[in-house]
Write a protein that binds this ligand. Structure first.
Ligand code: AMP
Ligand code: ZN
Length: 113
């Protein structure tokens, strides 16, 4: 998708602070961090967010989990704790229409609510 900001990052067309790269996934620092560690994990291929997820898209999810684990270890928040967030739809504040997870940590994150 030519106008998708995360596709452009995956294609190297706009810069990002990449912290992990796997065969099919990429992890980079969020430009507007909400915690000391705030990393975004994406599939390199454009995949729509959860509501439009297709059966074949599910194959990338194990790799996204392993990327989250590697990011947490690399950021040294694996023991202190972290949160994986997948915003979906207007009430969540989702902005980007390319499937992604946030890895948040490095501070006490507070309750869900
Ligand atoms: P969401 O609100 O779940 O759609 O998350 C999108 C996230 O992408 C937000 O936290 C933005 O700060 C982040 N973001 C947008 N553009 C960029 C960019 N060029 N590089 C890094 N993060 C970005
Ligand atoms: Zn995209």
């Amino acid at each position: 998708m030519s106008d998708c900001i995360f596709c452009l990052i995956a294609e190297g067309k706009i810069p990002a602070d990449i912290v992990f790269e796997g065969a099919n996934v990429l992890a980079f620092r969020d430009i507007d961090p909400k915690a000391p560690t705030h990393v975004v994990i994406i599939p390199k291929r454009h995949i729509n967010p959860l509501n439009d997820l297709e059966e074949e898209d599910i194959l990338v999810i194990p790799e996204m989990y392993m990327a989250a684990r590697a990011v947490a270890a690399g950021e040294e928040i694996d023991q202190s704790g972290y949160r994986l967030v997948a915003n979906t739809g207007p009430d969540s504040g989702q902005e980007v229409e390319h499937m992604h997870w946030h890895v948040l940590g490095g501070r006490r994150l507070g309750g869900m609510g």
